[in-house]
Design a protein around this ligand. Structure first.
Ligand code: NAD
Length: 501
């Protein structure tokens, strides 16, 4: 490997370590199609070191006053805002999404950090006076200890920020294992957190792939695992972490449908479909990858989609006029292109073929331009599988009921949306649909940070979503205390305690 490459090593105890890891991985610059950095591929030793440091740091951090923790969160928000451009450049350089999109994901991460500044309020317990004569009962929320977050490549800032601001504000220490595909932003976030006043060791970053994940899942001093990634890995993480006695939430993949009813504003629906299907090259868990045309809207919708797709510019995400950047790695480009071919082979109507686009000056980049299929059937792999690329498939059905049944028969239940002018139809949709996050005339129904983010079915294993009160509940455990401060005990009484006495 080229010795001139920049190096991304673990961030443990407040700074980047300089140990030689068992091996190094490649980090690509996907627009240039070249290796840009090397990343430490840690295993059990790095995880153990980070967890030990975290355990030590947590002992003091858990008793840090709420107001002081709030102050750290306020400083974190300020510093992330100050370093927004630098973070966005790291994201675009390693992920490929446009700088504007990278700025958007940082904004969404910041929203969670702002939510975490409310920690003195969020940690409040309950108090009941006189639960029995002279008895009071109250509940308190306490941190879990050392908790870990394992995150996907597609949001290298936002998804870590869904987790660690709330986790540390609750008094935990945190070990982040970011995606090895775009690891740099994780280190900058950890550095900013230390500069914000978080004691060294409270937030650590261990880089690597499956061996680092397995070590976290098995480590006896890791109390909880928060995972976001693809469904097969989410399922594995959920089962394995539970087997090791840990609290676990594991968010998985998606196949999100946008249903267009005959009475919808078709221009608004087409705008929404194109934005939500091709934004970030479709590498979003809330991307819309299926358009469901109900009744006779298919032709008119198709025409509008084609017209809008024709105006999109696929190029290096660093250029201001770019709408859509490259895919993250050559392997992913090959996988997505393979799905396009599978769609053609299965007989779907390839309306816009984005394969092998020419991008001036970036001929080696991992580009695939927006691709549209029509007349797709539910048995085709381009419909059943999460492609995670800029490929939108359109199916046509006769009724809203048929659309709902089709969505409900799928494995995933992350997000979905309906476009209509009918309140009654929208209400039927939101009532019957088996999906965790629902939009009405909204392209990507991502909840604001004071509501939880999480899908249903194979899009979320566990019952706790990310952030919002779910986040606070996930990263704390409740203790219920019963007290009696009376002058006399009332004597020996062998009866079971009863509330009425
Ligand atoms: P991924 O599952 O490949 O990787 C996620 C994390 O798991 C990474 O940190 C990776 O290093 C680790 N990992 C990968 N293979 C592993 C293995 N065999 N054993 C243990 N750990 C392993 O996901 P990705 O490709 O980085 O991200 C894209 C996926 O994430 C898509 O499926 C997308 O829908 C999903 N996603 C879901 C949400 C959500 O909120 N539901 C949000 C973002 C992304």
């Amino acid at each position: 490997m080229n010795d001139q490459l920049s190096t991304v090593n673990h961030f443990i105890g407040g700074s980047v370590v300089d140990d030689e890891p068992p091996s190094w991985g490649h980090v690509f610059d996907p627009a240039r199609g070249a290796v840009a950095a090397r990343v430490a591929m840690g295993g059990a030793a790095a995880v153990d070191r980070a967890v030990k440091v975290a355990l030590d740091a947590q002992a003091g951090w858990r008793d840090t006053p709420l107001g002081a923790r709030q102050q750290v969160m306020l400083q974190l928000v300020r510093l992330v805002e100050e370093h927004r451009d630098e973070l966005a450049e790291l994201i675009t350089g390693e992920h490929g999404k446009t700088l504007a999109d990278a700025q958007g994901e940082i904004g969404a991460g910041l929203d969670v950090a702002k939510f975490a500044t409310g920690i003195p309020h969020l940690m409040k317990g309950e108090f009941s006076e006189n639960v029995s004569r002279g008895f009071d009962t109250y509940s308190i929320r306490q941190p879990l200890g050392v908790v870990a977050g394992i995150t996907p490549f597609n949001f290298p800032v936002m998804v870590p920020m869904w987790m660690f601001p709330i986790a540390v504000a609750c008094g935990n220490a945190f070990v982040l294992k970011p995606s090895e595909k775009d690891p740099s932003a994780g280190n900058l976030l950890a550095d900013l957190a230390v500069r914000a006043g978080l004691p060294p060791g409270v937030l650590n970053v261990v880089h690597g792939g499956a061996p680092a994940v397995e070590a976290l899942l098995a480590h006896p001093d890791v109390a909880a695992i928060s995972f976001v990634g693809s469904t097969p890995i989410a399922r594995h993480v959920y089962a394995t972490a539970a087997q090791h006695g840990k609290r676990v939430q594991a968010l998985g993949g998606a196949k999100n449908h946008l249903v267009v009813l005959p009475d919808a504003d078709l221009d608004a629906a087409a705008d929404a479909l194109v934005s939500a299907a091709y934004g970030s090259a479709g590498e979003r868990c809330m991307a819309i990858s299926v358009a469901v045309a109900v009744g006779d809207v298919g032709e008119a919708l198709r025409e509008r989609l084609v017209q809008r797709i024709g105006k999109l510019r696929t190029a290096d995400g660093r250029e201001q006029s770019t709408d859509m950047g490259p895919l993250v790695t050559p392997e992913h480009l090959a996988r997505v292109s393979g799905y396009v071919q599978a769609g053609v082979d299965a007989g779907a109507d390839l309306v816009v073929d984005g394969r092998d686009p020419h991008v001036d000056g970036r001929e080696d980049g991992f580009f695939l331009a927006p691709t549209l299929f029509d007349h797709v059937r539910p048995d085709m792999t381009i419909y059943t599988d999460e492609i995670f690329g800029p490929v939108l498939v359109m199916l046509r059905v006769d009724t809203l009921d048929e659309a709902i049944d089709m969505i409900n028969s799928g494995d995933h239940g992350n997000g979905t949306s309906v476009f209509t002018r009918s309140g009654a139809a929208a209400r039927t949709f939101q009532n019957r649909i088996e999906v965790g996050m629902v939009g009405v005339n909204v392209p990507i129904p991502v909840p604001v940070p004071y509501y939880p983010f999480g899908g249903w079915k194979q899009s979320l294993f566990g019952e706790s979503g990310q952030y919002g009160e779910d986040g606070v509940r996930f990263f704390t455990r409740r203790k219920v205390v019963t007290t009696r401060w009376a002058e006399s005990t009332g004597g020996v009484d062998l009866r079971f305690p009863a509330a009425q006495r």
